[in-house]
Structures are given as structure tokens and as C-alpha cells.
Ligand binder design. Structure first.
Ligand SMILES: CC(C)(COP(=O)(O)OP(=O)(O)OC[C@H]1O[C@@H](n2cnc3c(N)ncnc32)[C@H](O)[C@@H]1OP(=O)(O)O)[C@@H](O)C(=O)NCCC(=O)NCCS
Length: 192
């Protein structure tokens, strides 16, 4: 049976400390701060943004992706309204019930387990409402924190692909992680 995704309609997910909600044009300033931080973008698949116009373009693409169902990107928001990151399900392969997951957290908020919290909620939504069977992640081999987060969320390291990304004139390998719905449910069951 095909996964039924057409448009994504506005939704929000709540975690103990965060609201995850649709991105809006008003988020341009916060997204620019996030994606113009060269240190945070160190292992990202494209370079840091240099102009605020890139934030507007990026938001336009995000809104289009909600409409055509190609990516579900949610802003991570603190109770005071501060946007501290984004989490995204993208590259949906509907016939095979799978997609990729990506994430970005603002540097001042690293080390406080916000990303683990946000990703757990997004994954639960993916395996629940979106009826996914498998979620994949593709990370830079040196991105230790990212790998640790995925492993903590029960992803398995499945492969090492060579020379897959050109960023800023440098070529880098990918570590591929995968999480199956049955493994997620078994892990959640064990911790309940
Ligand atoms: C990747 C990212 C989400 C990690 O968030 P974070 O808040 O910095 O992560 P944490 O500090 O909780 O670290 C995660 C784990 O890695 C461990 N870790 C971090 N750096 C480490 C290092 N250099 N060596 C060993 N372990 C390390 C932490 O101790 C923690 O382990 P634990 O879960 O056992 O406590 C965040 O750094 C980020 O958004 N980076 C930029 C964007 C990015 O790289 N996204 C991923 C691309 S797919």
C-alpha cells in the first residue's frame, strides 16, 4: 500500500520542553542566524548562508514542500517563542515507506539534549501518522555528536559511502544510519 502523503497540513508536536511547529515567513531572521553560523554548518551538505535573502528562499522552498508533500520541516521553539533549531523529514519514497531525516540546532543550545527530544517526537510522528517503515540519516564521518544522537535513538550504522558530498571545495564521505519502525517500537516498549 502506498504511503498517503499529499500536502502536509499545519501541525504541531509537543515535547517536555519544546513546541515543534510549521516554519513561517516570520522565521527568516532566526533561520538566518542558525544557518549562517559556519561552526554549526561545519558538517552540513552546503555552506553557511551569507545573505538574509537565502533565508527567504529557503522558507519559500519549505512552504512549497509542505504543499507538495516532499518535506516536513518543523521549527523547534522554546516556551518564550525562541526558534532554536529545525528538524526535517524529507526525500520521501512513498512506495517504500521511507524518507531521510535532517536536523540543525543553534550553537548556544548544544549539549542540553534538545535535539534528542525533538527527533524522538518527529520519529514517532513518522512511524505513526505518516506510516513510515524506515527512516535514514546521512552524516559526515567526523560529526560525532550527530552519530551519538542517532544511536541513542536506536538507529543502526549501516554503511560508509565514499566521497559523496562536495562542500566548499572539499569532498567528504557519508555514514548512513537506518531506523526501522519495528526497532523503534521495540525500543520504546522496552523503556516503558
Ligand atoms: C548534531 C547536533 C544536533 C548535536 O546536538 P548537541 O546538543 O550538540 O549534542 P549533544 O551535546 O547532546 O551530544 C550528543 C552526544 O554526543 C556526545 N558527543 C558530543 N561531542 C562528542 C565528541 N567530540 N566526542 C565524543 N562524544 C561526543 C555527547 O556527549 C552526547 O552523548 P550522550 O548522548 O551519550 O550524552 C548539533 O551539534 C547540531 O545541530 N550541529 C549542527 C548541524 C548538524 O551537524 N546536524 C546534523 C547533520 S545530519
Amino acid at each position: 500500500m502506498e504511503i498517503k502523503i499529499s500536502a502536509f497540513h499545519p501541525l504541531s508536536l509537543t515535547t517536555p520542553r519544546l513546541l515543534l511547529r510549521f516554519v513561517t515567513p516570520e522565521d527568516a531572521g532566526a533561520l538566518f542566524r542558525l544557518f549562517s553560523d559556519a561552526e554549526a554548518l561545519r558538517y552540513w551538505s552546503s555552506g553557511p548562508w551569507l545573505h538574509i535573502a537565502q533565508a527567504a528562499d529557503n522558507i519559500e522552498q519549505t512552504l512549497k514542500a509542505y504543499q507538495d508533500g516532499t518535506a516536513l520541516r518543523l521549527a523547534m521553539v522554546l516556551p518564550d517563542g525562541e526558534l532554536i533549531g529545525t528538524v526535517t523529514l524529507y526525500d520521501f519514497d512513498r512506495r517504500n515507506h521511507r524518507c531521510q531525516i535532517g536536523y540543525m540546532l543553534a550553537r548556544p543550545h548544544w549539549g542540553q539534549r534538545y535535539m534528542q527530544e525533538a527527533l524522538a517526537a518527529l520519529i514517532a510522528h513518522g512511524f505513526g501518522a505518516l506510516e513510515l517503515h524506515r527512516i535514514e540519516a546521512d552524516i559526515h564521518p567526523d560529526n560525532i555528536a550527530s552519530g551519538r544522537i542517532l544511536e541513542g535513538l536506536h538507529f543502526q550504522r549501516e554503511g560508509h559511502l565514499r566521497e559523496r558530498w562536495f562542500v566548499g571545495g572539499e569532498i567528504s564521505d557519508s555514514i548512513i544510519y537506518g531506523l526501522l519502525r519495528k526497532d523503534w517500537h521495540a525500543a520504546i516498549h522496552r523503556t516503558q
